[in-house]
Design a protein around this ligand. Structure first.
Ligand code: F0G
Length: 454
């Protein structure tokens, strides 16, 4: 059969409260055209993030009851640790309340003024945590990774030559090499196993530990199985294990590829680094066997990790994004190609070419999608990145709108609705107008800025 359907039945439902375009126009105006300020109840389809928004399985809800809330050495921690180690064979597994807490702990130890930390592309919290210590976050993705139209199966790959050049020049300043799989900031693009092997080899040759930001490790492994020569006969589980055996440690947000609504971890092999991380953890997160999480959260993560490598799930996951992306592409909507693992990225700068970057075409598209169809998306462009530390404003590298797909939450008819809303907005694209910012905070303005229509 050709139809790939959702490989689950629905046992519990959350009603969606219907709204009219007229109501939504009032809502978005009251929110000063900032989608982060819209009440989630006023959203029909929420594609703001795939983080923490997964639907848990009946098994996950079941094991919540087994959460052991002992302060120290809870059995839930050991189940969590075993579930992580089954996929990622690291000696030390340190739970944190979410991914950025693991990053903050790691870079509080390895960062510092004058240091340089390369990655394919650092996610913004990773970059923020590195820069907060005075270190320099260096992005070394291959050139195809920066071109929305370049067709390449692994646009998340690191440019190994540039990594080697950096290490040759600046080795003593580099405490760790990072690799983000999949590359969220670059469109959810995967990294090939060959690239992970090459990055690992170069890092080892220079005596540098390699840490993987593994938020979407299962989606990455599935792309490797589908696209990389020689990998078709292997299970996703095997590919995952090989991926992490090539690294010395990892940071993780369990809010992505662990089907959990909260949680994360730092895992690594080095005993001294682990001891330093646990000392930090005690100050900022909690005791090393719970690290900012309840025992029940640790149980939900352990069970989620058991489910995420299911290849029927991963096939449906990749297919549903490709379906939305493919239909938008057919309609003429410019998207980042190929479609990434967790989201479809629309090139708003190309779609709304009459709106200059400093009038925020991404914001204009995001607002139109909300008004027209109640769909909440996220601008990743000049609003997010345009304000420089010295106060200047300039266009972001791209003006994208991200349609992040929550895991196991929406069905094919929700996808059809998204496509229909796009059809409507695309037809009226020439009528859309840009925005100006009438108030913004000193940093991370996209979360709270106020906009007005031009
Ligand atoms: N690394 C990557 C690649 C991420 O995508 C995220 C979060 C983090 C680290 C931080 O994890 O949120 O648990 O602290 N990404 C979310 C998103 C917020 O919407 O893409 P966290």
């Amino acid at each position: 059969m050709k139809t790939i359907f959702e490989p689950f039945r629905i046992k519990v439902v959350e009603p969606i409260r219907m709204t009219t375009p007229e109501q939504r126009r009032r809502v978005i105006e009251a929110a000063r055209f900032n989608l982060f300020a819209v009440y989630a109840d006023d959203v029909l389809i929420d594609l703001l993030s795939d983080s923490g928004t997964s639907a848990m399985s009946a098994q996950q809800w079941g094991v919540l009851m087994q959460g052991d809330e002992s302060y120290a050495c809870s059995p839930s921690f050991y189940r969590f640790e075993a579930a992580v180690r089954k996929l990622m064979p690291f000696k030390h597994v340190i739970p944190t309340h979410q991914g950025r807490a693991a990053e903050a702990i790691l870079f509080s130890i390895l960062g510092g003024a004058g240091r340089r930390i390369p990655s394919n592309t650092h996610f913004d919290t990773t970059r923020g945590n590195i820069e907060a210590t005075g270190a320099d976050a260096v992005d070394l993705v291959i050139k195809e990774g920066l071109d929305p139209n370049a067709d390449h199966p692994f646009k998340g790959n690191m440019d190994v030559e540039r990594l080697e050049a950096l290490l040759m020049r600046d080795a003593e300043r580099v405490p760790v090499v990072m690799l983000t799989i999949t590359n969220n900031a670059g469109g959810g693009q995967p990294v090939s196993l060959a690239n992970i092997r090459a990055v690992s080899e170069v890092s080892r040759r220079y005596g540098k530990p390699l840490f993987i930001d593994g938020c979407r490790f299962a989606e990455n492994a599935y792309f490797i199985k589908m696209r990389e020569p020689g990998q078709q006969g292997r299970s996703v589980l095997e590919i995952v294990r090989e991926t992490f055996s090539l690294a010395d440690g990892m940071t993780m947000s369990a809010k992505k590829d662990a089907f959990a609504n909260i949680g994360g971890w730092l895992a690594l092999n080095d005993d001294d680094l682990a001891a330093a991380a646990r000392n930090r953890l005690l100050l900022t997160e909690g005791f090393p066997t719970y690290g900012g999480l309840a025992g029940r959260d640790l149980e939900a993560i352990a069970q989620g990790l058991d489910e995420i490598t299911d290849e029927d799930y991963l096939r449906y996951r990749a297919h549903s994004n490709e379906y939305v992306g493919g239909q938008l592409d057919k309609m003429g909507v410019p998207i980042v190609k190929p479609v990434g693992g967790h989201a479809v990225f629309v090139d708003a700068r190309a779609m709304l070419s009459h709106i200059p970057p400093l009038e925020y075409p991404g914001q204009a598209l995001a607002v139109a999608l909300y008004e027209t169809g109640g769909i909440r998306t996220c601008e990743i462009g000049t609003v997010m990145f345009g304000r420089k530390p010295d106060g200047r404003e300039e266009p972001g590298g791209m003006d994208l709108v991200r349609l992040a797909m929550p895991r196991r939450v929406y069905t094919k008819s929700h996808a059809d609705y998204i496509i229909e809303v796009f059809d409507e907005v695309y037809k009226r694209r020439k009528e859309l107008r840009g925005f100006k910012i009438i108030w913004e905070p000193p940093a991370l303005r996209h979360f709270t800025a106020h906009f007005a229509r031009l």
